[in-house]
Design a protein around this ligand. Structure first.
Ligand code: AMP
Ligand code: GLY
Length: 421
């Protein structure tokens, strides 16, 4: 089988690396890929942007691609799945309309309210004056969110009125025409990701990422500074409850509204101390860096799962996981999540640290055989261990070895789990 993976981050490096291990796969292309996928034997980068849907479809035709797997949200928002389906090319991912669950927070919050899927109380605004009035009338803290895609950076948690008013000014001026303001939820977050063909559901292992830039979960929100899997306190009873109150009703409601959903579906959940579940967000894709923590634990053939899901054959499919835990640590360029310096030479990059450690490239390119920084999140190092502490120590050892000017990373990924251990 000939597979095309769309995207260029650490998630797509992990996907390509895993798909390559399938005995059914003869050729893998990644468009556009990155320096990490370029270095993997048997993987070929294709110089087409992830959002250039016509060029990607032409490529699939010329190369007789059997299955396309979409990594990031931007091509989904462009309607890549609709275009491939219209041309009868199998593709794993939701249609443009179904992907609104992620691409429009106004859509997803309104959808959840309509279908009784638990989420924080909210209101939506296009008008600054009305939004500011809402702030005056509601208790703080409040959370102000851009409706459209902002790479994990469109959410501002406001402890006081001044912050909330400033957030409204920033987000409604920052190319966003709509915002959501919602109540602040207490609890612990978990990333709950499933694969679905629209009807059948295969839950993946649980994971938890750290969105704040600084240790102790402080500082600004980022796309994700690291993750671990599994989250031990999410037991089978809670998992069942998540499936029954969030995942199944969501898929049923989408199908009923003539928007059947095929692809990875990621529910970012807040679980209260009492065990109440609320959806913080939906993503129509795998998480990054959750994927880099999940993939090294996945024993099942991922290509076979994606193929089955794309062909409505996910019933009775099971997923097997390595019993060890995985921790992924993201190494960033100075300035992230703001403007970053790129073009710095990366030294001591390794494809594998040892058998239980894998380097994934997020934002780096290769110039004259030299790896150079090319983004805010540069590398993600994933390690397996018997405990979160052991896996993290291994990842951190290798995070220390690799160098470039201004490199930084969090040393406390998985701290809640380590505390419990
Ligand atoms: P989102 O992109 O909506 O998932 O928001 C990004 C991050 O902001 C989440 O992972 C949470 O850490 C935090 N967050 C978002 N909404 C809320 C909320 N209503 N209450 C508390 N924290 C939130
Ligand atoms: N790590 C969060 C996300 O991928 O959206």
């Amino acid at each position: 089988m000939r597979v095309l993976i769309i995207g260029q981050g650490g998630r797509e490096h992990a996907l390509a690396w895993k798909i390559k291990q399938s005995p059914d796969v003869s050729q893998i292309f990644v468009a556009p890929g990155n320096a990490g996928t370029a270095l993997e034997p048997g993987i070929t980068n294709v110089n087409i942007a992830a959002t250039d849907v016509p060029a990607l479809l032409d490529f699939a035709r010329i190369e007789k691609i059997d299955l396309t797997i979409v990594g990031p949200e931007a091509p989904l928002a462009e309607g890549i799945v609709d275009a491939f389906q219209a041309a009868h090319f199998p593709i794993f991912g939701p249609t443009q309309k179904a992907a609104q669950l992620e691409t429009s927070k106004v859509f997803s919050k309104t959808f959840m309210a309509k279908h009784g899927i638990p989420t924080a109380a909210f209101a939506t605004f296009e008008d600054k004056v009305l939004a500011k009035k809402y702030i005056n009338d509601h208790p703080l803290p409040l959370v102000v969110k851009a409706s459209g895609l902002m790479a994990g950076k469109g959410v501002i948690i406001c402890e006081n009125k001044e912050e909330a008013l400033a957030a409204i000014e920033t987000l409604l001026s920052d190319h966003q025409s709509e915002i959501v303001i919602e109540s602040f939820l207490e609890g612990e977050e978990v990333s709950f990701i499933v694969m679905t063909d629209g009807i059948h559901i295969v839950p993946l292992a649980t994971s938890q990422d750290h969105k704040r830039r600084d240790e102790g979960d402080l500082g600004p929100n980022t796309g994700g500074m690291g993750a671990y899997s599994p989250v031990a306190w999410v037991d089978s009873t809670l998992e069942e409850k998540i499936l029954n109150t969030v995942i199944q009703p969501t898929l049923k409601a989408l199908a009923k509204e003539n928007t059947p959903y095929c692809g990875f579906l990621y529910a970012g959940l807040m679980i209260s101390p009492k065990g109440d579940i609320h959806v913080l967000e939906f993503n129509c894709r795998l998480g990054d860096p959750e994927t880099q923590a999940l993939i090294p634990r996945l024993k099942t053939d991922l290509f076979a799962l994606c193929w089955a899901a794309t062909h409505s054959q996910l019933q009775n499919k099971c997923v097997e996981w390595d019993d060890r835990v995985a921790v992924s640590v993201v190494l960033c360029a100075a300035g992230y999540p703001g403007p970053v310096q790129t073009g710095d030479a990366i030294h001591h990059y390794k494809m594998d640290g040892d058998t239980a450690v894998k380097f994934f490239v997020s934002g780096a390119k290769s110039q004259n055989q030299q790896l150079m920084t090319a983004g805010g999140r540069v590398l993600c190092i994933s390690a397996l261990g018997q405990t979160v502490h052991e896996a993290r120590e291994k990842a951190l050892y290798w995070a220390e070895q690799v160098t470039w000017p201004g490199k930084f990373y969090r040393k406390d990924i998985g701290w809640r789990a380590v505390k419990r251990e």
